[in-house]
Write a new protein. Structure first.
Lengths: 392, 392
């Protein structure tokens, strides 16, 4: 009596695994430095020194039972207070510890938010191109997964199409800002228009349509781009945040959910998310890292390495004739596939040991995702291959 | 459109929260040392020095990108190999890294195992008294929660009752060994009889009935008690383990699932659990702690403090006239409630600032759970209160 959906999800080889397999095989033959892996969004900037210093200090000088002990399910009140203070200072909001819930990263946060916003027949929307794990998160919640087609070539939101897809069953829309895989930033104007539409539709259908704001890349922006703070525009928002990218701690599974009390039924929604998380086995976020965050939540990432990779790649690839989507966030470029077939181009690139994810895997054929969270040497030495590929 | 089950689960105050609230209120008035809190199963023995030393060494000398980076979803192969080696050395099995999946503690492991073993109509059984979170784990999976009544006063298994409750829809039975809340150890004989019954019923109904073995207390045993290694008796077992108790790391959310390849459809079951975990937002277990475990998985806990608390309490309470269930594991005693009403006795004890969980919360009225993971001073100074309560 094995669950067939779980089995399919745990068995299926996806493109990123196949690229990784190829990368490992080729690294053993040609050397790791000669595999140009732009397929995985794993931070290439080390965590700030202050984070490691805090870990060592807490482990050496803290009360060992408290350092590694359970916190409350919501998380240590001091850590939540530090995060609230950081949010208030940066975004002028009025967040409090009681509105925050510390979790094991953004993934279980989005899964729990989806579950909390699901009643029989509920639909949860995503904007293509989208992070592919949203589909299992929405479906495990029991909701119907609705994909809004990509708004090519600007990658903001086509509000005509979005409006036509909202139904009386629409419960929430997931907004990933900055967006993975494009690296685009949904502007304040886009979010304001979205808020007006959701306000109108919530009134029309007699229930609130929430935004689930998945924001692990919030601090990774370039060229002066500004990521709007969505709850400041539309309070009916569940923010799912992770320190994976901003503090380069992806493996430590540390993030928070913020549900503003000003959201409609905000306290109920907070508690429903807590209940949903508990049913999936959430006990508390990792305790040592919670204490580290009580000291480090205000730290900002050093983006200079990503910025250099980004500008070098943008300049060179443009000069070779590549076209790309507007991108001023995260560590992604979204290239138009030369020839139009993204899977074919990804395969040709792979034969040259250059790994790029096809846009089809994100619901957007005809494009390729390039992760520039790599070392600079990889960037520089990959350029001739990019050049040869587009000229072939 | 807020999910009512999630809301209920996230809102409901349970007894343990009420006791904790009372404890905090009273600590502010009479002092923390005068609240005798035997209600929470939080380790009171610090983690071995080697664990903290490993954390510091890895943070100071490891590659920062690898230390805090993603591992594979299954977990770092070296850590899994170290755990497999430890299992093989101690239990004479043939575990391999490929049969292990590192997770954020036993809670999400049990939740994922339940999901992986659920098809429409599936039933998952637990033996009362049982850890109350099993109910939401089973129900979030979509399975029906079946409670086998307690086998009073021995707290092994009443096989007549168990057999009568197994149906063609029974998918799995959760065995918590040593048991929370009783502290009893299901003996090898009990597990062998269970295996024979499940073998027979699996044949009768034409599908395998699995054991989900929840074993966070496996190493916490006294008086020479031995916890049988269930897969050695019944290979169709999913072991859910956590380092929360054995290494006193409950907040760090670190454990593993072991699915023997010898289990029927073992590889499919492993992958179904992986898929179920992914859909609930499992990305990887905390990476720094994974690397610590690669060095520390073989460490055994120092039980001397628990053993002293246990023998002092058993001796004194017995001399006062308390009766208790056979208990040689975990850090629990399960007292027969004087007067028979466990909720009433818990309330009377609370009025004396002595906190005990009523057995009713674990599906076993008439008993009280006493957690002796407290400091020795608390044990000694609580004895006059225990004496006065039973004499009243």
């Amino acid at each position: 009596m094995i669950n067939p959906e779980s089995l399919a999800l745990g068995t299926k080889r996806n493109t990123i695994m196949e690229l990784a397999d190829h990368g490992r095989r080729r690294a053993a033959i040609v050397g790791r430095e000669n595999v140009f892996d732009f397929s995985i969004g794993n931070p290439s900037v080390p965590t700030p020194e202050a984070v490691n210093a805090a870990i060592v200090d807490i482990v050496k000088n803290g009360d060992p039972l408290a350092v590694h002990g359970y916190t409350s399910t919501m998380g240590d009140p001091r850590t939540r207070a530090a995060i609230a203070e950081d949010l208030n200072r940066r975004f002028g909001c009025e967040a409090s510890a009681e509105e925050l819930l510390l979790c094991c990263g953004a993934a279980p946060e989005v899964a729990a938010a989806c579950k909390a916003l699901t009643v029989p027949g509920a639909e949860i929307m995503v904007l293509a191109p989208y992070f592919p794990e949203y589909k299992p998160y929405v479906e495990q919640a029991g909701a119907i997964f609705r994909i809004v087609p990509p708004d090519v070539p600007d990658f903001q939101i086509d509000f005509g199409v979005l409006e036509s897809m909202i139904t009386p069953n629409t419960s929430a829309i997931i907004i990933n800002n900055p967006n993975n895989p494009v690296g685009t930033v949904y502007s304040a104007e886009t979010i304001r228009t979205l808020a007006q539409l959701l306000e109108r539709k919530s009134l029309e259908y007699g229930h609130r349509i929430y935004i689930i704001a998945d924001e692990p890349y919030r601090e990774l922006v370039y060229d002066g781009a500004v990521v709007p703070f969505i709850p400041g525009i539309y309070p009916h928002t569940v923010v799912c945040y992770s320190y994976s990218k901003s503090l380069s701690l992806p493996g430590e599974r540390m993030g928070y959910i913020y549900v503003p009390s000003k959201a409609q039924d905000g306290r109920d929604l907070y508690h429903a998310i807590l209940g949903a998380a508990r049913a999936m086995g959430h006990v508390c976020a990792p305790s040592l890292m919670q204490q580290v965050l009580a000291r480090c939540a205000h730290l900002q990432p050093d983006l200079s390495m990503y910025a250099r990779n980004r500008s070098t790649l943008m300049e060179a690839l443009t000069s070779y004739g590549y076209e790309m989507a507007p991108s001023s966030g995260a560590f992604y470029l979204f290239l138009k596939a030369p020839g139009g077939d993204d899977r074919a181009f990804s395969k040709r690139a792979m034969e040259q040991d250059l790994l790029l994810m096809p846009g089809s895997d994100f619901g957007c054929p005809g494009y390729l995702r390039l992760c520039y969270c790599v070392n600079y040497d990889t960037v520089v030495r990959s350029l001739p291959i990019f050049k040869a590929l587009i000229q072939a």
